[in-house]
Design a protein around this ligand. Structure first.
Ligand code: SF4
Ligand code: F3S
Ligand code: FES
Length: 246
């Protein structure tokens, strides 16, 4: 057991950092220490969490400036005398303390047209190659922690972009559907024009913070950009759009 200094964001809107000295035991994660603070010093500390196993995506915060899951951040990653500063995700409005209003993300999720299979095919008749299955499975590992959306500079420092940018999480969802062999909808134009794919300049910060190690940029965003370009500059598509057949 040792005593550590924690700085934790308190309040909403005009909040600030409060400093605590708190006991830490071997093997603990940051969420354990936040719970100890609640139990021993500050029972009104607002913290969102659910599974404590890296699977529900609720406990996203920023720890010493890095977006992370508090339940998966071991105290052993810090130096013995390092102060641990825990703040809420910066891209979303703070409700109170470490809890953010992440409704922007759910709004963006609702805007995406759902899976559109060929109505002539019965569900049992769907066929997918193993390569397609694996591609879809990678995207399906997402736990909706929204650390990627929180990190992307397009909205992190530019609230005004939120209306026109779905963030890496939901551009990945568009890519997932666009690459699904049984989906019949063409999502390339809406990816660019409605979900803001063009704002992404491939900085890959989203991929770096993803706790599920999903290769968001390489496997979803770049292939989606390639498909958009193919559609935009395909002379047959251009001709078809002019005569109204595509
Ligand atoms: Fe979280 Fe990764 Fe899903 Fe983004 S893609 S919401 S970082 S799990
Ligand atoms: Fe943002 Fe990821 Fe693109 S961080 S700019 S969505 S590569
Ligand atoms: Fe569920 Fe951290 S509490 S991911």
């Amino acid at each position: 057991m040792s005593e550590r200094v924690f700085r934790v964001w308190r309040g909403s809107g005009e909040g600030g950092l409060a400093e605590y000295r708190v006991e830490v035991n071997e093997g603990e994660v940051v969420l354990d220490v936040l719970h100890r603070l609640q139990a021993t010093q500050t029972p009104d500390l607002a913290v969102r969490w659910n599974c404590k196993a890296g699977k529900c995506g609720s406990c996203s915060v920023e720890i010493n400036g890095r977006p992370r899951l508090s339940c998966m951040t071991r105290m052993s990653v810090f130096e013995d005398d390092e102060v641990v500063t825990v703040t809420p995700m910066r891209a979303f409005p703070v409700v109170r303390d470490l809890v953010c209003d992440v409704s922007y993300n759910y709004q963006k999720a609702r805007e995406i047209p759902s899976f559109t299979p060929d109505p002539a095919k019965a569900p049992g008749d769907f066929r997918m190659s193993q390569e397609d299955v694996e591609r879809q499975q990678e995207f399906r590992k997402c736990i909706e922690c929204f650390l990627c959306n929180n990190t992307c500079h397009v909205i992190r420092d530019h609230e005004e972009n939120k209306e026109h940018f779905s963030g890496p999480r939901y551009l990945m969802r568009v890519a997932e559907l666009e690459m699904h062999p049984e989906d019949t909808a063409d999502r390339r134009l809406i990816a660019q024009e409605e979900f803001g794919l063009g704002y992404c300049n491939i900085t890959k910060c989203c991929t770096e913070v993803c706790p599920e190690n999903i290769r968001i940029t390489d496997n979803a965003l770049i292939p989606l950009k390639e498909r958009v370009v193919d559609r935009k500059y395909d002379p047959l598509v251009w001709l078809g759009s002019k005569i109204g057949v595509r």
